[in-house]
Design a protein around this ligand. Structure first.
Ligand SMILES: [Zn+2]
Length: 435
């Protein structure tokens, strides 16, 4: 027994002579001497000068979801722990400029060094990190702007009696609760009219809370801008409140066609947040125009014709010269080319919007704006893509050539990363048979 204790004490005393581990701080200090840092200003300049730069947020997915990430299209998320394994797929070429960042400049210098060790030649570190960028008021993508509501952000007043809750400029996700389009309401003398059912039962309920802050009047009419999930799923809530659901006549057929896969997709992305949601078919439909029967406010529903979809709906308030355009008009966000989208008809029907001469436009996506702005973000893209795809077809080009259409002018538009290539392919497939 005694000898054991003796041996143990010998061992302990030997250990105390062993070298202490290198601390993380010491490693970081050493790494910091070997990497190149960029400031926020330099990073902004690099985004313009070298648009192929890949910007990597190396924080965890949890932090990104909770706090947000840089709002530039070059931004991707690869957590520091996976960088060695995931980088090759995200950045196949060693010459691609890479900028890494994290929250407080601890993980990103390490990530920068790792990438340099792996052979990447143009790596730098944005030392200021996410919090500095956010504090400077620069563009960020966040899961939600208001943690107290299911809405991505709360409703704001546009003019007297007209309110809108602007959705995230992103695909529908669990974090933004599917609030990625604009949900509006109009207070008349005897009732409230809601434009867009909202992406789920709970979103519609959150919208109702916004309405109750403004008025006690009942919601009597709910309008679907089209047959997409974020326009219709909240109908299940509004139906429960006794509202009449109004849509364009084409919405019914499209819903029959798409309901099943739309529900599947929404269940996958919204999970428990899809609670109570299902497709409610409209109680009333119209073809060209319908005046919503409320007192004290003229509310005219219009259908300029086929564009984003065959059932695009617009809401016109002649007294305010205010148009709620639905997906006929976009702002800041890239528009999608869907299987139902008709870009040639969009071009043909656009003058109807121009002739109305609206002063204020609540677009389908993006903040409240004006005619020039939606013309830029809608027709600017439609016209360009139509010309480019025509040129591909005229040259006897293939789908591969359509993928190569240069869309770099639209890189800073939201959802560019998700939609640009898909749009080119979809438009080519439509054009190949129909133009
Ligand atoms: Zn939409």
């Amino acid at each position: 027994m005694k000898s054991y204790l003796y041996a143990a004490s010998l061992l302990l005393s030997n250990l105390s002579y062993a070298q202490a581990p290198v601390t993380g701080e010491a490693m970081l200090a050493k790494v910091n001497e070997q990497i190149t840092n960029v400031t926020a200003e330099q990073l902004q300049q690099q985004i313009i000068d070298q648009p192929d730069t890949v910007i990597i947020d190396v924080r965890t997915q949890f932090e990104v979801n909770l706090l947000g990430t840089l709002g530039v299209y070059q931004n991707i998320n690869i957590p520091r722990g996976w960088i060695e394994f995931d980088i090759a797929e995200a950045v196949p070429s060693l010459d691609t400029p890479i900028v890494v960042y994290c929250g407080t400049n601890v993980r990103s210098p390490m990530a920068a060094k790792t990438l340099m060790d792996m052979g990447y030649t143009k790596v730098s570190n944005y030392a200021g990190g996410y919090f500095e960028w956010q504090e400077m008021g620069l563009d960020v993508n966040v899961g939600t702007l208001d943690a107290t509501s299911f809405l991505y952000q709360r409703a704001e007043k546009v003019v007297d009696g007209v309110y809108t809750a602007i959705g995230a400029l992103a695909p529908s996700t669990y974090q933004n609760s599917g609030h990625n389009n604009n949900l509006s309401f109009i207070v008349a003398d005897d009732a409230v009219v809601v434009f867009n059912g909202g992406g789920s039962y709970l979103l519609a309920k959150a919208m109702h809370e916004e309405i109750k802050q403004v008025t006690d009047l009942p919601v009597k009419h709910v309008i679907y801008e089209n047959a997409q999930g974020h326009a219709v799923f909240g109908g299940s809530y509004w139906k429960e409140q006794g509202a009449e659901i109004i849509a364009h006549e084409n919405t019914v057929e499209i819903l029959h066609e798409t309901e099943e896969r739309m529900v599947d997709r929404a269940k996958r992305s919204l999970r428990d947040k899809f609670f109570g949601s299902y497709v409610v078919y409209p109680d009333r439909t119209f073809t060209d125009e319908y005046v919503v029967p409320v007192k004290g406010k003229q509310i005219v529903l219009k259908h300029f014709g086929h564009a984003h979809s065959p059932d695009d709906m617009q809401l016109w308030l002649p007294e305010d010269k205010l148009l709620i355009s639905g997906d006929f008009a976009f702002n800041v966000r890239m528009l999608p080319v869907l299987e139902h989208t008709d870009m040639l008809a969009w071009q043909e029907n656009w003058p109807q919007l121009v002739e109305l001469d609206p002063l204020i436009i609540i677009p389908g996506h993006g903040g409240v704006t004006d005619l020039d702005t939606v013309t830029h973000y809608t027709m600017g893209y439609v016209n360009y893509m139509v010309d480019e795809v025509m040129a591909v077809l005229d040259d006897g080009g293939t789908l591969t050539d359509a993928y190569k259409i240069d869309q770099s002018a639209f890189r800073q538009w939201k959802t560019y990363r998700e939609l640009a290539l898909r749009n080119a392919a979809e438009l080519y497939k439509i054009a190949e048979f129909e133009w």
